[in-house]
Design a protein around this ligand. Structure first.
Ligand code: CU
Length: 526
């Protein structure tokens, strides 16, 4: 007996540290942090691409980059921000928060969780590396419409492989999230008692599982059209380039909500905490979010009004799209009702959540404008569209992600960020964001096309303003990095309930176990 015990003890070595720890970790907290740092890195890379675009557009004429390179910048900026920055940020939140919020010891499949994350860096490197491929990077736009993709260099192939890998990562992450939520909730936590952030991720994970394979199919067909003699999107061989757009947007519209719905989840946690009131209309929030998810599958062709579809189809897509404003309106109403007559305070997480509420709603309204067929025919492929989706993606998803980071950081690292610096980050972000993107509405209404490195003289003033705003916004985000590092290095110790929250923050009172390395034995839930 004694000998057997000693033998067992010899296996009881210290968990690995440094890079080996992170390569082999199965701990949801480690993995959540890695997602968030990866996301922030890609955010800076995509941001540098955005500033390259804005620098070229600072004044009319071609000055900084070749037009082909400009096209690769718009393409990779979009792909990197969507798949490399925003989505991994919210998966990082999911990893950190879902087990804590439902009382689970970890995600359901911790080793698959590790694999989901470690697929991302190679995919990111493929995307960035595509710039250096023979024939240059992908220049067909993030939507990769046929037939332009056929004429691209090898960078397009690297991009296609990157998307395959990113898709696998998303699907595995989603299976993990669904399984965790459905099987590992604490006793007594029924579905309708889950924190809303958990609900939004459950819905988002289903969306991801449904549409990522569709995108994979679209890019696989592109790949075989390029190299294996198929003609899926080539009319000369009986194919149809418009079919690519249908398949792409069947993925692409739900993708908008894959980004937006977890953002809804974050602010649905933040508003109650800073209003010291429970969330208004919890059940209607769940039903509204589900309705948005279902409707998101039925409206994809509002991105393609100009391909020459029948008027009946245009009418259907227009009205179906407008229908989404109803559940979205329910959500906005509930958020406003949550903060109504609350004992409000305005720390950085709340400021970013309010910024989200105002500007995401504005982006929603311009979306409604674009849903109207005759208006969209005028505005299609103009800067109005660019302005619209940056209000949704940046002021919507990104501001919500900032809100979540500031909100949960005390929980994650046990330290507080510098509140004064956080507020400076918020105000510089929201001001420069609007300086950068609000004028783009006017540029679009005046007819400036997107994805073109040059423009006529009458667009010069607004473009100059927009570029100045973009650089201000970029510098604010480097400042955000400084705030984070300062908090991690020398932040004050966080109190048990940093936001003096109401009952919706109960989970912050729970001490969470120190990260363990689950290649070793995991702690058992009694
Ligand atoms: Cu859409």
């Amino acid at each position: 007996m004694e000998a057997a015990h000693a033998h067992e003890d010899s296996h009881d070595h210290a968990p690995p540290s440094g890079i080996v720890r992170y390569l082999t970790t199965t701990n949801h907290k480690d993995i959540g942090s890695m997602y968030l740092w990866f996301s922030f890195t890609m955010f800076l890379v995509g941001g540098i691409m955005a500033l390259t675009i804005r620098s070229e557009l600072f004044q009319p004429g071609l000055q900084l980059v070749r037009p082909e390179f400009f096209n690769t910048m718009t393409t990779l900026h979009g792909l990197i921000m969507v798949f490399g920055a925003i989505m991994p940020a919210f998966v990082g939140f999911a990893n950190w928060q879902i087990p804590l919020m439902i009382g689970a010891p970890d995600m359901a499949f911790p080793r698959m969780n590790n694999w989901s994350f470690w697929l991302l860096p190679p995919a990111g490197m493929l995307l960035i590396g595509s710039l250096f491929a023979p024939g240059g990077g992908p220049g067909a736009g993030w939507t990769m419409y046929a037939p332009l993709t056929v004429q691209q260099g090898m960078g397009m192939d690297l991009t296609i492989f990157a998307i395959h890998i990113l898709g696998m990562s998303s699907i595995m992450g989603s299976i993990n999230i669904v399984t965790t939520i459905l099987n590992m909730r604490a006793p007594g936590m029924t579905l309708m008692k889950m924190p809303l952030f958990v609900w939004t991720w459950l819905i988002t994970a289903y969306l991801l599982i449904a549409v990522m394979p569709v995108l994979a199919g679209a890019v696989t067909m592109t790949l075989t059209d390029r190299h294996f003699g198929t003609h899926f999107f080539n009319p000369a061989g009986g194919g149809d380039p418009v079919m690519f757009q249908h398949i792409f947007w069947f993925f692409g519209h739900p993708e908008v909500y894959i980004i937006a719905i977890p953002a809804f989840g974050v602010v649905s946690q933040v508003f109650p905490a800073f209003a010291r009131k429970p969330l208004f209309g919890y059940a209607s929030m769940v039903y509204a979010t589900s309705s948005i998810a279902i409707l998101s599958f039925l409206v994809w062709a509002h991105h393609m009004y100009t391909v020459g579809m029948p008027v009946e189809a245009q009418l259907y897509y227009m009205f179906a799209t407008m229908l989404i404003a109803v559940p979205t309106g329910v959500k906005v109403f509930n958020w406003v009702a949550t903060i109504w007559k609350g004992s409000l305070t305005f720390e950085t997480p709340m400021l970013f959540a309010l910024g989200f509420l105002f500007l995401f709603t504005l982006g929603g309204f311009t979306g409604l404008v674009l849903s109207v067929v005759p208006i969209d025919v005028q505005l299609h492929d103009t800067y109005y569209v660019v302005a619209h989706f940056h209000y949704v993606m940046v002021a919507g998803a990104l501001f919500s992600a900032f809100s979540g980071v500031y909100f949960w950081l005390p929980k994650w690292i046990g330290k507080m960020y510098d509140e004064k610096l956080g507020k400076i980050h918020f105000w510089t972000s929201i001001i420069f964001f609007n300086v950068a993107f609000f004028p783009q509405h006017f540029l679009g209404l005046a007819g400036m096309p997107r994805r073109i490195p040059d423009y006529s003289l009458q667009f010069a003033d607004f473009n100059m303003v927009s570029t100045i705003g973009a650089f201000g916004f970029g510098i604010s985000q480097v400042f955000f990095l400084y705030i984070l590092l300062k908090a991690i290095k020398s932040g004050e110790k966080a109190p048990q309930n940093p936001w003096d929250g109401a009952d919706t923050l109960e989970w912050t009172h729970l001490p969470s176990p120190a990260p363990y390395h689950s290649f070793e034995e995991a702690p058992q839930v009694k």
